[in-house]
Design a binder for this molecule. Structure first.
Ligand SMILES: NC(=O)c1ccc[n+]([C@@H]2O[C@H](COP(=O)([O-])OP(=O)(O)OC[C@H]3O[C@@H](n4cnc5c(N)ncnc54)[C@H](O)[C@@H]3O)[C@@H](O)[C@H]2O)c1
Length: 312
């Protein structure tokens, strides 16, 4: 397939690009490269440094499917400059899907977020539950979903609501819970847990990629909204798992982030998808990459630090 991957230089996008190429797809990556570009050259890969806020500059001729990951990608960055977050995450998504319809692109896959649910007490947070987004980031995801749904008669779309992703990528993010706590244990020999009792769903990066491949393969049969998260565990459980691999002291301090929810991904499982990796796999991978010297604790691995440095 000819795939347009928006945000292909990010944490998920970098790893996804490699797998798409390995599977024989022809890939065009468009990315503003806020965090650099760690993609390796490949005969079937075209990389374009561009801002999705200029959709007319994004080539869509002969594209079969678009995977859209190019967003301001967490709460602190959304707060840092909410105008940029709304322009990139919502306005640009609307203009991109409009353009995709004009170019007769068959499929549009959008990375929303499991955080659109906000605080939920239900044991099974399914796709039908109400959305109560708390932060600007969460709100931009919810509104983008609505925009995409309004085009459902014109283009097949899958809206994925992923859990927090964990595991190693050449463009690493250490501001994601499992990755962050593992790095704290490696560098400081201690893990600081904020609150700790909040339950959060997790998904391994390799399974996240497999979800996107699953939607590419089963494409037009499966339009709709899908949760994608499999291990609902508390932050303190994650810290204990990390401490099971690397001896580290766990320090609990007050949290300013009350979000707590359990994602139920039964709908995705019912389409035939099966997760293959877990949080422990991610912790082991990160330890291995750190010990080999490939992974370092650098500012660039924390989105908010990079965005502040870029004065966005
Ligand atoms: N990582 C997670 O745990 C997680 C969980 C739920 C949802 N998501 C969503 O998945 C997507 C990818 O996440 P990620 O972890 O790879 O984040 P990331 O920040 O590593 O990647 C996002 C990429 O998009 C690019 N980008 C941002 N704005 C752009 C613009 N205006 N024009 C062109 N490129 C732009 C960035 O340069 C970056 O390379 C995001 O939409 C994020 O909200 C991620």
């Amino acid at each position: 397939m000819n795939i347009l991957l928006l945000g292909g230089c990010g944490y998920i996008g970098t790893a996804l690009t490699q797998i798409l190429l390995d599977e024989g797809h022809v890939v065009t990556v468009v990315d503003i490269m806020w965090f650099g570009n760690y993609l390796s050259k490949h005969k079937n890969l075209l990389v374009i440094k561009e801002d999705i806020r200029n959709p007319e500059k994004i080539p869509m001729d002969n594209i079969d499917a678009i995977i859209h990951l190019a967003n301001v990608a967490n709460d602190p960055c959304g707060e840092l400059n909410s105008k940029v977050a709304w322009e990139v995450n919502v306005l640009s998504t609307m203009r991109l899907v409009e353009r995709a319809v004009q170019h007769k692109v068959k499929q549009f896959i959008f990375a929303s977020s499991g955080s659109v649910y906000g605080l939920k007490d239900e044991p099974d947070v399914t796709e039908e539950l109400s959305l109560v987004p708390i932060s600007d980031y969460n709100k931009t995801k919810m509104i983008s979903e609505r925009v995409l749904m309004s085009y459902q008669d014109n283009i097949c779309s899958q809206i994925v609501r992923p859990a927090t992703v964990c595991g190693y990528s050449p463009r690493m993010r250490l501001d994601l819970s499992v990755n962050m706590l593992t790095m704290q244990a490696l560098v400081n020999g201690k893990i600081t847990v904020l609150g700790g009792n909040q339950t959060r769903p997790n998904i391994h990066l390799k399974d996240m990629i497999r979800v996107y491949l699953h939607f590419l393969k089963n494409g037009t049969k499966l339009s709709g909204v899908y949760n994608a998260g499999f291990e609902n565990i508390s932050i303190i459980d994650i810290a204990n798992k990390v401490a099971g691999h690397i001896p580290a002291k766990i320090i609990i301090s007050e949290s300013n982030d009350p979000r707590s929810y359990r994602l139920c991904s039964r709908k995705l499982l019912d389409t035939g998808f099966k997760p293959e990796y877990c949080v422990d796999d991610a912790i082991k991978e990160i330890i291995g990459q750190f010990k080999s010297g490939k992974l370092k604790d650098e500012d660039n691995c924390y989105n908010i630090r990079t965005m502040k440095n870029l004065k966005l």
